[in-house]
Design a protein around this ligand. Sequence first.
Ligand code: NAP
Length: 214
Amino acid sequence: MVKVGVLGSGAVAKALGSGLIKSGHEVMLGTRDVSKLADWKTNNGNSASVGSFEDAAKFGDLLILAVQGNIAAEVIEAAGPQHFNHKTVIDPTNPIAKESPQDGVLKFFTKDESLIEILQARFPEVHFVKAFNSVGSGQMYMPSFKEGKPSMFICGNNTAAKAQVNEILDKFGWEVEDMGKAIAGRAIEPLCMLWCIPGFLNNQWSHAFKLLKA
Ligand SMILES: NC(=O)c1ccc[n+]([C@@H]2O[C@H](COP(=O)([O-])OP(=O)(O)OC[C@H]3O[C@@H](n4cnc5c(N)ncnc54)[C@H](OP(=O)(O)O)[C@@H]3O)[C@@H](O)[C@H]2O)c1
């Protein structure tokens, strides 16, 4: 059992938090406004708690940064980077810009670098692992597809941190595809754009990627 601190109160924080509790972990969700998580706490039993961003960062031996991409670094600064140092931090964030999608294609605020690289450079002692960024929150835990397990593309600079995330992904029902160091975020983050296009164009939101191998 690992204590997990999830920074966030949105669909991703709730889905991953609930999945982790079902997998036997204790989970604290962090937010600026705990009242919005009252139902989540009630519905998830004794292993669920809520607090501030700082409370969640302190609580977790493993952390999840489930906040809007544009303020991800600020949330770490506000919660106290010392509570993140040397911990595995699952990073499902996407660098989605404020502008509306164009013909179903999201706009990113990043240019040549990915968000995980920006976060990794700003907080070098944190073991970020990109995961869960290119699937909808409804499919994050025990995704169900007739074609079998979908692929989760991950990346990060720390091998032990990726092994820890690998274990969680395996329990959650994913086939893990490790794409290497944080620089691979440049390829993994845009998968979110691709994933969203059928949603914006045709209101289809229930799909996931699978890497087929001969
Ligand atoms: N939704 C999905 O299905 C999905 C799938 C894959 C990846 N993602 C990515 O996962 C991340 C979380 O997505 P989400 O849809 O669950 O939630 P979201 O709406 O993108 O983010 C909600 C969280 O961001 C925090 N936040 C927003 N503005 C803030 C500010 N100015 N200062 C501090 N905190 C702020 C909120 O804090 P409070 O709790 O205090 O309000 C809340 O916890 C995003 O980066 C998203 O791109 C989403």
